[in-house]
Design a protein around this ligand. Structure first.
Ligand SMILES: Nc1ncnc2c1ncn2[C@@H]1O[C@H](COP(=O)(O)OP(=O)(O)OP(=O)(O)O)[C@@H](O)[C@H]1O
Length: 342
């Protein structure tokens, strides 16, 4: 997807509408929204009851007539109306609601690398309904690479792995364009579900989703030895509360399955790259971005198995929206190669 930097500079708002979180960057201000892409709706009246953090806290705790919904799935807006209402509330709670109705307001948004035209249209419709007069789209991979400080406009290889909630996107970029890329339907959520499934099958324990967090932290330990943690859940058979002890090694094995898919995607992209670019990468390495990059030990594991250095970007979860923000602020050189005169 070619990016016109001149058009980008005319935008005032940059939006990353992710399956897990919604992030909004406003020109000359910075990130004003970083909240879960969640809405709580009264299904009897259709009324929107809560959005963002508050709606997420309601998950699994609502009466029958209230449903907690995610209007974005796998990077695609699946419910345009709800996404519009959610986004308007998230932005409106930070800025005066009239601000987003300013005439001529332009939005920039990032889209997954291989998104379908229909998915791009749904995003376009959502942002237009929020108040955008025009919407410029950019590849999430390019945005994340810029946001993580990679020199994407240079004639040298830059590799980025964006590990989101539902997908992981991998790309090698050079001269501002994607040379080779791959997407796998595995992200941070699949890693969490692998841990939940491990506890269900091995310990017959149903684990609430937030309880996975302390188990992820166990992966910080470089030592495969005896680190253990106690987790509380519900017994699959009796339905009663129960506590089990889990060790680091079993958590590491549980997340191994989804991580193999990420590793395969990296290998596929490297295989598709010209050898000169792969040689650049063996020195420079790859950069991990996206919320999934915060998984403890992911960088070490990928570096060990691919043989190339792996660096986790600073604030990896906000790389894409910061990259898009840099474009609308005019901080990114034009990535178009104009023909030389003569
Ligand atoms: N500290 C952490 N350790 C491990 N995983 C984490 C951590 N923090 C967030 N995640 C995971 O990161 C994922 C969210 O990443 P991100 O915010 O980049 O997704 P998104 O952009 O909303 O999703 P997508 O790109 O799939 O649309 C979630 O699956 C979450 O579980």
């Amino acid at each position: 997807m070619p990016i016109d930097m001149e058009e980008m500079r005319r935008c005032s708002v940059a939006v990353d509408l992710g399956a897990s979180r919604t992030r909004v960057y406003v020109k000359d201000t910075g990130i004003i929204v970083d909240e879960p892409s969640v809405a709580a709706v009264n299904i009897r009246t259709g009324a929107l009851l809560a959005v963002g953090e508050l709606a997420e806290r309601m998950t699994g705790r609502t009466p029958d007539h209230i449903r907690v919904v995610r209007p974005v799935q796998g990077g695609t807006v699946v419910n345009v109306d709800l996404a519009r209402r959610m986004l308007r509330h998230l932005i409106g709670s930070k800025l005066r609601r009239t601000w987003i109705r300013r005439p001529g307001m332009r939005f920039a948004a990032c889209v997954p690398y291989d998104s379908e035209p229909l998915a791009q249209r749904a995003l376009h419709e959502t942002l237009t309904a929020v108040g955008a007069r025009r919407v410029e789209l950019a590849d999430t991979l390019v945005c994340a690479a810029i946001g993580s400080g990679l020199p994407v406009e240079h004639p040298e290889a830059a590799m980025v792995v964006v590990c989101g909630a539902g997908t992981t996107q991998v790309a090698v970029l050079s001269l501002g364009s994607i040379v080779a890329a791959e997407t796998v339907p595995v992200g941070g959520d699949a890693i969490d579900y692998a841990v939940i499934e491990h506890l269900r099958s091995r310990h017959e324990l149903l684990l609430p989703h937030p309880a996975v967090r302390p188990l992820r932290m166990m992966l910080h330990s470089a030592d495969p030895g005896p680190a253990v943690a106690e987790v509380h859940g519900r017994d699959v058979t009796t339905g009663l509360a129960r506590t089990v002890t889990v060790d680091t090694e079993s958590v590491r094995q549980a997340v191994g399955g989804p991580l193999t898919a990420v590793l395969d995607a990296i290998r596929t992209v490297l295989r598709r790259c010209p050898p000169d670019l792969v040689a650049d990468l063996s020195e420079r390495g790859l950069v991990l971005a996206g919320g999934g990059a915060l998984l403890p030990g992911l960088d070490t594991m990928l570096s060990r198995t691919t043989g190339i250095p792996v660096h986790t970007a600073e604030a990896p979860d906000t790389c894409a929206v910061r990259g898009l923000g840099a474009m609308i602020e005019g901080k990114v050189e034009s990535m178009r190669l104009d023909p030389l005169a003569g």
